[in-house]
Design a protein around this ligand. Sequence first.
Ligand code: ZN
Ligand code: ZN
Ligand code: ZN
Ligand code: ZN
Ligand code: ZN
Length: 304
Amino acid sequence: MGNSHVTTPWPAVLSLARSGDTASHHRIVGDDDGGKLFTPEEYEVYKRKVLPIRLQNRLYVSWRSPTGMDCKLVGPETLCFCTHRYKQHKTDYEVIPKDRPICMPCRVSHCPCQSYHYVPLNGTQPIRCRCKHFADQHSAAPGYSCNSCSRCSGFHSCFTCGCGQPTYAHETVVETKQERLAQGRPVGQDVPYAAMGGLTGFSSLAEGYMRLDDSGIGTPSAELLESPITSMDHPFLKAFQGPSSSAQTISQIAGGSSATAQVSHERRSEEDDMAYFEKRYQERLKKEKTAKRKEKSLVPTKKP
Ligand SMILES: [Zn+2]
Ligand SMILES: [Zn+2]
Ligand SMILES: [Zn+2]
Ligand SMILES: [Zn+2]
Ligand SMILES: [Zn+2]
């Protein structure tokens, strides 16, 4: 491996995973329990087996414009061309395949999808192919031929993305952490959650062209990361605490499970998450700015 970019100490990850609240349980297990909840014993076995693999071999999935921008960072709930969600695809690899592109086949039985393939929506509507039929009228098998006409040579959409480029010019990219670091792309903190895809932090949940910073890194300042986590914070935000967070801090947070329990019963959609994170982020930025201003005004002006 050589480079040591693993920032989250292993005990911290385990204590985070041990917190026992249903929200983090759900984020960790994803769809791997086949819908029925694991017994505590099964959950322990699962975590010991899967978490080390996940932290080591995380794969980042994004939808990239020819300009090089990641216009969409795929998250657990992001839909595939096959109409199933990212988390329903094979996202954990014990050994990262040598061949590129890395395939992430759909795990839903009888689905012909051989690898996760992002397709944007037009608002809430599916987009149209040049054959005039909608994306979901096409086969999810390689070639993406149309089920509703015979003149289509495979799904091809001119729908324009927010970046100004047509859909067909974009591609779904699957990368390792090393591959992203080599290109200077954000990787975020190591998290034990399932099917994180391309999500690298809270501001990364926004569309590429809407993100708060040009780089798309969305990395908050150290001060921001070190500011105390309050009971208002989403479990995700807690997990995204900076590398400075000790195992103790995390278990303290996990111990205060009444705070986490408040959010665990309502399963937030991707959009809710985004709005939530943006709101929190903006609030913190504001606080930080006010604090700095106060600090400045307190410094006595030196006279020559
Ligand atoms: Zn599928
Ligand atoms: Zn699929
Ligand atoms: Zn078509
Ligand atoms: Zn067609
Ligand atoms: Zn784009």
